[in-house]
Design a protein around this ligand. Structure first.
Ligand SMILES: [Zn+2]
Length: 430
């Protein structure tokens, strides 16, 4: 098992059982020391609180009884067919129940002001008209005034009602929120709905909605070079609420990690095949696959991490066919289900920035945020990850098999050794 130079090859097990990893795309050094892998991974949480009558739908500002605490809604999906309603006026927000809804983040990472002041961005006439129409009804005016006051209190800067309305409807940092905070019929506040609790169909709608929103956000902000897409689940993973949501943030640079990968790609366009997929096969780290995507136990991550790769020829998520998007959704959903509800996670989407010169696959990394890098890591830049990739793969394969028997994951998923040689062939550079 042990390769020639400990610490230099991507994945090595030393004679005492210590596993050393080097991230193939990042160079990150990670150690897993023996004897720590079987600790429980679920977060220690306060004792569950009983839910009073009607409380399940107003636990946080993302809950369905509190639509007016979030910004004007760009879009919602309603009914059994997930019909899309766009720009619902404040007076009609409670006429339907949103299965999923998208709106601007009240506290943006990259603000509307950033695009206006640094890039000279002006909203198109359609957005200006939406802001005006929203203010045109009493409920909308009241909604905007309330949100503007919340923002002003946080930032210390006042805006006119018209300016506030335009920034609130025209931001480039969106949130997509699921309907349920807790499962239907929950009696305590810890019966949360994570991605893995959604049905495969619900998850596919959530996922497809996110892909369409990514495309829309990129089009709406012409100065953006990239739209970051991610999901923080539970407080230790950076979430503000224990209510399922994804975020999309337009940014005017794609950041140093993509730059690094582009330099590697310049020398090897099949980088992800060689450095990731072939390594996973050689080391026995293939977790699952279906006809459009494949999941690996990732090497060289600070936290235990799955990597789900699209096997499409397309690079950008919104250039994938509906079946290809569904394939990605099904594998990501299955891994969330295998992870469990009470494990803090980050789901990070990676794809080729539209302006980048080399092909890159769409991939999604799902990280278990079960440890906290501390002084040892700060001092050495060696990260201690309590679960090595082989252990992660073994756990996931066992859990996926159990979930399949329960009918809790999508059909068509091949688990562990059922995967076929062709399942690990990436086509992004074909
Ligand atoms: Zn909630």
């Amino acid at each position: 098992m042990s390769d020639a130079a400990p610490g230099k090859s991507p994945l090595t097990r030393l004679p005492d059982g210590t596993v050393k990893q080097v991230g193939p795309l990042t160079g990150t050094r990670v150690w897993t020391v023996p004897g720590r892998a079987h600790r429980p991974i679920e977060m220690v949480r306060d004792a569950p609180k009983p839910l009073g009558v009607g409380e399940a739908t107003r636990l946080c500002a993302f809950c369905p009884d509190r639509y007016l605490e979030t910004t004007p809604e760009k879009s919602r999906l309603v009914g059994p067919d997930y019909t899309e309603l766009r720009r619902v006026p404040a007076s009609q927000l409670f006429d339907t129940t949103a299965e999923f809804r998208r709106f601007g983040n009240l506290f943006e990472i990259v603000s509307a002001e950033y695009w206006r002041e640094n890039h000279g961005f002006r909203q198109p006439a359609s957005v200006v008209a939406w802001a005006r129409d929203y203010l045109g009804e009493a409920a909308g005016r009241e909604h905007i005034e309330h949100l503007a006051a919340v923002r002003a209190a946080a930032s210390g800067t006042e805006q006119s009602r018209e300016e506030a309305a335009l920034d609130l409807v025209g931001g480039s940092h969106d949130v997509i929120v699921a309907r349920r905070h807790v499962v239907d019929g929950a009696t305590t506040d810890d019966e949360l709905v994570s991605s893995g609790v959604l049905s495969p169909r619900e998850h596919a709608e959530y996922f497809g909605f996110t892909v369409r929103s990514l495309d829309e956000l990129a089009r709406s902000q012409p100065h953006a070079e990239y739209v970051a897409v991610f999901q923080n689940w539970l407080l230790p993973a950076g979430a503000s609420f224990e209510h399922l949501h994804k975020q999309l943030v337009a940014v005017d640079e794609h950041g140093p990690q993509v730059d690094h990968e582009l330099r590697l790609l310049a020398g090897d366009r099949s980088l992800y095949q060689h450095a990731i997929a072939d390594l996973a096969v050689a080391k026995g780290l293939v977790v699952a696959a279906n006809d459009g995507a494949v999941a690996f136990a990732g090497v060289g991550h600070r936290y235990p991490a799955f990597e789900v790769y699209s096997r499409s020829r397309a690079n950008l998520p919104h250039e994938h066919s509906p079946a290809e998007i569904r394939a990605m959704s099904d594998l990501v959903h299955a891994l969330h289900a295998a992870t469990g509800v009470h494990v803090p996670t980050n789901e990070e989407w990676h794809y080729r920035p539209p302006g980048a010169p080399w092909p890159m696959p769409w991939r999604i990394v799902l990280k278990w945020r079960i440890s906290n890098p501390a002084g040892f890591e700060g001092g050495t830049k060696i990260y201690v990850n309590t679960i090595d990739p082989w252990e992660l793969r073994a756990r996931a394969v066992a859990d996926l098999a159990r979930l399949r028997l329960d009918g809790a994951i999508a059909e068509g998923i091949r688990i562990g050794d059922e995967c076929r040689p062709d399942d690990t062939r990436l086509r992004y550079a074909d």
